[in-house]
Design a protein around this ligand. Structure first.
Ligand code: NAG
Ligand code: NAG
Ligand code: NAG
Ligand code: NAG
Ligand code: NAG
Ligand code: NAG
Length: 560
């Protein structure tokens, strides 16, 4: 549909502009545009307001300075395309993060190491870094809060995963106690689950699943399901986890020995949930099928990655059917899967061969364990027939490789922030696959046509409640297809977007096309209480997102 609209539009524009001077606007199309310089390598990214993205790097020798040393945190301004340094106390390298039910962003875990140019840096493995809701469009006065003595994880975690759960708090899964060269290992693994704010006495709960999925189980891919349980993928294994009891139900392994968590990163995403049934489906793409018993000295940067996508419906019937396979247009290690407001999935970045991490294989390219960067994204259409879901028709090609330590997020403007890549230990500007500071946007064709708008939205929306918003809809749109998406844009780190979620909401457009009556998700399992953006898509043309608070905005744990 999108491509149909695009080609119709381009036909139209070719006709209209056929005698145009070179200064006339180009036909609407997908485009990469370099927007600016991030000052630090944006290896983690999370949208924290309509205009701001928090980015993190390792404590290193980045050009962006604060208090006479290199910064490793920053606030990227989507309006001005400029970065402001954030003062971070502890090393946020390879952390995770998410938003709480009261809108506070939490960066979780990190690296124990210091850096010579940052003499005051603190050990980040138990790090909890809070960024309170920020109302200033440029982030003036907004800062990170850390109190390592009093506010910290129960167990050290480098490479953990974290998601917001139905009471609005965070579930934190896995990782390793300290930095590792490549794989996780039995002695140092954080094979446990804990919560922030703490639950169940604050004692981390051991997980057999994490034990079983060693050693390639860093950054587990985890999703909240509509029944309040949590689906997890690590290595080539999957389970459903009961938050209340800690029970783990073993699901089928990924087919064909494909492994998808760090350092053998594929990616995974919860497909859009739609009323009335909100049937959950998970898509897992890329990674590699090499054995996890190999020492990295036995792995090559040239070993083809996996082109496999595996999809499962998480109902009893779907679990019985198991994983259904489809193929990307190319193999990808470290791909990113990101929701579009119309329910399609962007597949972007990564390499065709090798594995994640830095200088472990005997034949690194520069210092990269991966090679042959994929520069052209694809779109995955979940509702299309099997075998016809993936296409790169009309997609642009970037000049910038995005391999290990890169990030992508949908923005409130409706385009994608694409940044980072640094398969090097610190800043290295002279090597192939050098430290990447250029920020690009990937702009959908609708960025250059008249778009629908949600003129205002209530600041809070209640579960199951109907609410009406004023809208404006360009007159050229017939409005034959109306989609309203409630979205968590996720925390991007290591080819995974923690908490990313798209829930479609039933919506009725008034006859005069000036107001839209929307029904919020029925309960906190479908969309856990917390900040979200609402996007309106009419005939595949998406609006900008309107920020709302789902639920009361109270701190976790929220109870009814
Ligand atoms: C930064 O360094 C300069 C020169 O050494 C010094 O005068 C200044 O006080 C330092 N500023 C901070 C915030 O440490
Ligand atoms: C970092 O902190 C953790 C948790 O307190 C501790 O176990 C570990 O030894 C520390 N590592 C270093 C290098 O200081
Ligand atoms: C998953 O990986 C383990 C080894 O890590 C292997 O024993 C098992 O057969 C794999 N499962 C499948 C379905 O290939
Ligand atoms: C592993 O992946 C490679 C590259 O995609 C493929 O050629 C090979 O057939 C796969 N092996 C198995 C056992 O699936
Ligand atoms: C960049 O990486 C290359 C390849 O490993 C290495 O020879 C060089 O010393 C590195 N440069 C810096 C500044 O670290
Ligand atoms: C949100 O809740 C967390 C956890 O209780 C707390 O640390 C933080 O200060 C709260 N933020 C706001 C804005 O209430």
């Amino acid at each position: 549909m999108l491509s149909l609209v695009t080609s119709l539009l381009s036909l139209l524009c070719t006709a209209v502009f056929s005698t145009a001077s070179p200064l006339e606007p180009r036909a609407p199309a997908w485009e990469f545009n370099v927007r600016g310089n991030s000052g630090i390598v944006a290896l983690e990214a999370i949208v924290v307001s309509p205009t701001l993205v928090v980015i993190f790097d390792r404590a290193s020798d980045d050009p962006l300075q604060i208090n006479n040393h290199s910064a490793w945190g920053g606030l990227w301004n989507l309006e001005t395309n400029e970065v402001t340094a954030l003062d971070v106390l502890s090393n946020s390298f390879c952390a995770s993060g998410a938003l709480l039910s009261n809108g506070t962003m939490v960066s979780i875990g990190g690296d124990p190491r210091g850096f010579v140019n940052n003499p005051t840096i603190k050990n980040g493995t138990t790090g909890l870094r809070l960024f309170e809701p920020c109302d200033d469009p440029a982030g003036v006065g907004c800062m990170l809060f850390e109190d390592p003595e009093n506010l910290h994880l129960a167990e050290p975690r480098w490479y953990p995963a974290s998601i917001r759960i139905p009471d609005g708090s965070l579930m934190i899964v896995g990782g390793i106690h300290e930095n590792t060269g490549f794989f996780n290992d039995v002695e140092r693994a954080a094979n446990s689950v804990e919560f922030f704010p703490p639950k169940f006495g604050g004692v981390p709960r051991p997980s057999e699943f994490l034990k079983r999925s060693l050693p390639a189980n860093l950054f587990p891919r985890i999703f909240l399901l509509p029944d309040g349980k949590v689906f997890m993928v690590a290595n080539n294994q999957s389970i459903i986890y009961d938050i209340e009891t800690g029970d783990e139900r073993i699901l089928p392994d990924l087919p064909n020995g494909v492994r998808v968590t760090n350092p053998l990163d594929g990616s995974a995403i919860l497909l859009p949930l739609s009323p009335p049934n909100f049937t959950p489906e998970v898509l897992v793409c890329g990674g590699t099928n090499i054995s996890d018993a190999l020492d990295p000295s036995q792995i090559s940067s040239q070993t083809p990655a996996s082109d496999q996508c595996s999809r499962i419906v998480l109902t009893e019937e779907g679990i019985k059917k198991g994983w259904i396979i489809e193929r990307m247009l190319e193999p990808r290690i470290m791909p990113e899967l990101v929701h579009l407001p119309n329910g399609q999935i962007l597949i972007i970045n990564g390499g065709r061969s090798g594995v994640a991490a830095i200088s472990n294989v005997p034949d690194p390219i520069g210092n990269s364990n991966a090679d042959h960067p994929v520069l052209t994204p694809s779109l995955y259409t979940p509702t299309a027939a099997l075998g016809r879901r993936i296409s790169n028709a009309g997609m642009p090609t970037s000049e910038i490789p995005r391999l290990y330590h890169s990030s992508v997020t949908l923005t409130p403007q409706g385009n994608f922030f694409v940044a980072g890549s640094n398969p090097n230990v610190d800043t290295n500007l002279t090597v192939e696959f050098s430290s990447e500071f250029r920020v690009e946007s990937l702009d959908p064709p609708f960025m250059s046509v008249p778009r629908p708008r949600i003129l205002t939205a209530p600041s809070k929306i209640g579960f199951g409640k109907r609410f009406t918003v004023p809208v404006s809809i360009p007159s050229n749109l017939k409005a034959s297809n109306i989609q309203v998406a409630l979205m968590d844009l996720g925390f991007s780190s290591h080819a995974f977007h923690s908490s990313a979620r798209l829930v479609f909401m039933d919506a009725q457009l008034s006859r005069d096309r000036r107001s839209l009556t929307i029904t919020a998700p029925p309960n906190r399992n479908i969309f856990p209480p917390g900040p979200a953006f609402i996007f309106l898509t009419i005939d595949d043309v998406s609006s900008e997102g309107q920020r709302v608070m789902v639920g009361s905005g109270a701190p976790p744990p929220q109870t009814d």
